[in-house]
Design a protein around this ligand. Structure first.
Ligand code: KMH
Ligand code: ZN
Length: 310
């Protein structure tokens, strides 16, 4: 029987959806982001997907000055792959969103593959008292968000970042995004093997049903053949169940407080590492091995941790 591929665990440490009021576990200071990222790597995450936040208020930030305090600390303390988000804050221009990746030249960064509604406004109704002034409006007004990722934006990001030899985490929130990615491959924007993050359960994207995972996977098989590797991100309560299914299907998994604040139904996770430990236990318990950072580098064809700019 063919050997099962190793499972790469990505941990998305803080993101730009959740706010400090929603969980004390959500890291937003430089120190907490660094510490939780290192702990997640020690727990078994070989890729750390990172956003930055304002150190005082926790507001999502794409300011390079908010990345600079934690990136070197993470690099010194772990050999995990650093992946810098270019999704950033959802309403900013692509130029602003790619500035951190352009500045720090990480091994990986995200690349969002289509424009869409991207909303989490239903969360606004769940809290009466907010820790910081910005939070309520930020969450409530997300019903007006258009997360803009036009073909022109994608090309601009790919062209600007090309000299940095960065592997992209192609964020695909629906089936059409796979066709966008195929078009971009055909015009030479991205090199195989590409790495696709199938995303389920964002309001504005495809829902978190297993049927949809199978449909996305079949479509990607047809479009990309052997030229792609894949991972699954289920938002909220879909996180662990879909990651488990993905791993059993031979795929890779993404967890982290960016995508879900919970460790089990109704129970907040205390940290990113707790989620990594949980999925690792499931993956290993079901007979798969977890990839080390160097194995992840090999699987994805990364440039190496010694070639980053931080
Ligand atoms: N927040 C996730 C659903 C990005 O950072 O570019 C998708 C994401 C996007 O991680
Ligand atoms: Zn992200």
């Amino acid at each position: 029987m063919a050997k099962k591929p190793k499972t790469i665990i990505t941990c998305a440490v803080t993101g730009a959806i959740h706010t400090p009021t929603m969980s004390d576990g959500l890291p937003y200071t430089y120190d907490d982001i660094a510490q939780q990222a290192v702990d997640a790597a020690e727990a078994g995450a070989s890729i750390l997907h990172l956003h930055a936040r304002d150190n005082q208020t926790g507001a999502p930030s794409v300011d390079v000055g908010d990345f600079a305090p934690f990136l070197p600390r993470i690099k010194q303390a772990t050999d995990a792959v650093v992946n810098i988000s270019t999704g950033g804050s959802l309403t900013l221009s692509i130029q602003d969103r790619i500035t951190p990746a352009k500045t720090f030249s990480p091994e990986m960064c995200s690349m969002n593959m289509g424009s869409m509604n991207f909303s989490f406004h239903p969360l606004a109704g769940k809290y009466d008292d907010w820790k910081f002034d910005w939070e309520r409006d930020y969450v409530a007004n997300s019903d007006g968000n258009i997360f803009r990722n036009t073909f022109r934006d994608i090309k601009e990001a790919a062209d600007t970042l090309a000299p940095h030899d960065i592997k992209f985490e192609h964020e695909c929130y629906d089936v059409g995004h796979l066709y966008n990615l195929k078009f971009c491959m055909d015009i030479g924007l991205f090199k195989a093997p590409i790495f696709i993050q199938f995303i389920f359960g964002i309001l504005g994207g495809i829902g978190p049903e297993v049927d949809n995972l199978i449909f996305m996977k079949r479509t990607a098989d047809r479009l990309f053949g052997d030229d792609y590797r894949w991972s699954v991100l289920g938002a909220g309560g879909a996180q662990m169940p879909l990651a488990t299914t993905a791993s059993q299907m031979g795929g890779n998994v993404r967890v982290g407080l960016e995508d879900s604040l919970f460790i089990s139904r109704g129970q907040l996770a205390q940290s990113n590492a707790e989620q990594v430990r949980k999925i690792r236990g499931i993956v290993e318990g079901l007979g798969c091995e977890v990839a080390t950072p160097d194995e992840a580098r090999e699987i994805l064809g990364l440039k190496g941790g010694d070639k980053v700019g931080f």
